[in-house]
Each structure stands twice: as structure tokens, then as C-alpha cells.
Design a protein around this ligand. Structure first.
Ligand SMILES: [Zn+2]
Ligand SMILES: [Zn+2]
Length: 144
């Protein structure tokens, strides 16, 4: 990939790092944050052990620790797979055949505070748990 010197630090173009809880798997994501959203589908709930997962897409993700890539589990064979650390179980990523970006669990990023990670959409609201308030409208909601 492009390793030429480039402007760094801009929120929408800079590199972002992340990894799993135990540190076996580390990654660098590049490109703008694409379609940050939450998802309450049954796969996210069951795989994540959580009522809702928080996703964002990036053009490229490099798995750059000795642990290599996550272990992939195909949720829809040949169409979608989810990546997790085989040691600590942290959820890290998803690849869908019809989506160009690599999905990253925002919670795996080292810095989750960037404003461009604020969800612009809530997927599968009908499957959301009843005791958690719906995601409020965000300043970016109109985009999604
Ligand atoms: Zn781990
Ligand atoms: Zn989901």
C-alpha cells in the first residue's frame, strides 16, 4: 500500500490502531470512517454477548501483530464472516461479500472518541432489547 509521506492526524484520513483484549491481534485501519452504525441483529447479539454492536467500515485494515488475522467464522457461508481473537474472544471485524469496506467493531479501536465514529444509523431496531433506550438522533443522522 501507499507508504509515501502523507498528511497525518486528520480525523478522517489518519491511521487508526486497534486490537483485542489480550493483545494477540493488532491492526491498523486506513481511510475515512464509513457508515458508523449500531446493530442489534441476532448475530451481533449472540456473537457479541451484548444487546448491540457498534460498527464502522474502513477501506483497508492491516493485521500487523504476530497473531496475524483474526479467526474467521462464516455467518453466511461465502457471503459474510466475523473475525475474533481465538485467545480472548474479542470481536474485531466483519467481511461481507457485497460491502467494499472491512467492518471493524469500533470497540476494538484504541480511540473510540472521534466524532466520525458516532453512529449515523441503528440497524435491526426491531430486535433491540426493550430496556435499552433507542439510539438518539445524531447530528449525522441525515447522512445515513
Ligand atoms: Zn486476544
Ligand atoms: Zn448485526
Amino acid at each position: 500500500m501507499n507508504t509515501a509521506p502523507a498528511a497525518q492526524g486528520a480525523e478522517t484520513t489518519g491511521e487508526r490502531t486497534g486490537g483485542c483484549l489480550c493483545g494477540r491481534i493488532r491492526f491498523t485501519a486506513r481511510g475515512p470512517a464509513v457508515f458508523p452504525h449500531t446493530c442489534a441483529c441476532s448475530h451481533c447479539q449472540r456473537l457479541g454477548g451484548t444487546p448491540v454492536m457498534w460498527w464502522v467500515g474502513f477501506e483497508t485494515v492491516t493485521w500487523n501483530s504476530e497473531g496475524g488475522e483474526p479467526t474467521w467464522y462464516e455467518t453466511f457461508e461465502g457471503e459474510a464472516k466475523r473475525g475474533f481473537c481465538p485467545t480472548c474472544g474479542s470481536r474485531l471485524a466483519a467481511i461481507d461479500s457485497d460491502i467494499p469496506e472491512i467492518g471493524i467493531n469500533v470497540t476494538a479501536l484504541d480511540d473510540t472518541n472521534s466524532t466520525d465514529l458516532v453512529p449515523i444509523h441503528a440497524s435491526f431496531p426491531d430486535n433491540a432489547v426493550h430496556w435499552l433506550p433507542p439510539m438518539p438522533q445524531t447530528p449525522h443522522s441525515a447522512v445515513g
